[in-house]
Design a binder for this molecule. Structure first.
Ligand code: GYE
Length: 335
């Protein structure tokens, strides 16, 4: 285990030993190094995945707002969906001797080297949103985020309801729009969905086509257009996020079909635009994945900095929504 007592309570504003990779965006919402009540301001280095989706924008806002609220000195950088940018951001935070590093890893593998560097520098690492696969459990302290496998299972369970509600008879031919290849939510949502499908619907459900849309609207639109060409008999779309579902809706309409009727759609996230599409009858059900992780993350960062023991996985609480709940739920959606 990491020895958390000896973490450097580094002076805030230490000059960076090197610049971030040119293509990564960095900002520093420093609240200054002034301390209140004698305690040093916590400096948190946060490496975000990118800005690929509505979920991500809400997550970024939540992290920035919560850091401000907590009075932390937040060093934030956007990796634009590139692992090499995240690795250089993390190296930069190590060089700056931040108190804690938090990051949402774009993919699950390939982190051991940089995480070992953080450990050697005695800087604790908190994962947020997405997990990593590592050979050494001591390389990060905790994960604050959702259970994506369960979200995949919930998507399959809610599809059962959608099919019943639509009075669907016959074969269920599913197109799957996967998230970013190698990312935890893409791997685990596919796994959870398949688990229920294989256990309970082997005879009548089949994923006839499946490809990544990289969690973006443009990706969802482009890949769905190709699916409709190669598999015009698809009657269900399972999209790993709302943005890809929204892009796919455009492709479905362009092909002269009715989303939500000719092709039943289930997606994950529950962002406002997803709810709008659902209230228009174009998405049939959404499995919520909560991006408002900022406040929980700041709590954990403080505990980790103070050497307190935290749970290995701090899970997010979420709900599921059918189309008939969309209109009522829309005004109270926070992201
Ligand atoms: O579902 C998707 C985003 O990691 C949970 O990433 C997150 C996913 C989210 O791009 O919209």
């Amino acid at each position: 285990m990491l020895s958390r007592r000896n973490f450097l309570t580094a002076a805030v504003g230490v000059a960076a030993a090197g610049g971030l990779a040119a293509c990564a965006k960095e900002d520093d919402s420093s609240t200054g190094s002034s301390s209140t009540g004698g305690a040093k301001t916590i400096t948190l280095g946060f490496s975000q995945v990118g800005s690929e989706s509505g979920w991500r924008s809400a997550n970024t806002t939540s992290v920035k707002d919560a850091a401000k609220e907590a009075g932390y000195n937040l060093k934030f950088s956007d990796a634009q969906q590139k692992q090499e940018n995240q690795i250089s951001a993390i190296r930069n935070y190590i060089a700056q001797k931040v108190d804690v590093i938090a990051f949402s890893p774009v993919v699950v593998t390939g982190w051991d080297a940089v995480l070992k560097e953080a450990k050697a520098a005695k800087i604790p690492v908190v994962l947020t949103d997405r997990s990593v696969e590592t050979s050494d459990d001591s390389l990060y302290v905790t994960l604050v985020g959702s259970d994506f496998t369960d979200e995949g299972r919930r998507a399959a369970k809610i599809l059962e309801k959608v099919l019943t509600k639509a009075g669907h008879k016959g074969a269920v031919k599913i197109a799957q729009l996967e998230g970013t290849t190698g990312a935890a939510p893409a791997i685990e949502r596919a796994k959870g969905f398949k688990e229920i499908m294989d256990a309970e619907h082997k005879a009548d459900w089949k994923i006839v086509v499946s490809q990544t849309g990289d969690f973006t609207r443009a990706g969802g639109k482009q890949v769905m257009a190709a699916f409709l060409q190669s598999n015009p008999d698809v009657n269900v779309l399972f999209a790993h996020n709302d943005d890809m579902a929204i892009g796919a809706i455009q492709a479905i309409e362009a092909a002269g079909k009715k989303p939500g009727t000719d092709i039943l759609i289930v997606s994950i996230d529950g962002v406002k635009d997803g709810f709008v599409a659902m209230s228009e009858g174009k998405i049939n059900a959404i499995v919520e994945c909560n991006p408002l992780l900022g406040p929980q993350l700041m709590d954990v960062v403080k505990k980790v900095k103070d050497g307190e023991t935290v749970e290995r996985w701090i899970k997010t609480e979420e709900s599921d929504f059918m189309q008939d709940q969309a209109k009522a739920a829309l005004p109270s959606r926070k992201y």
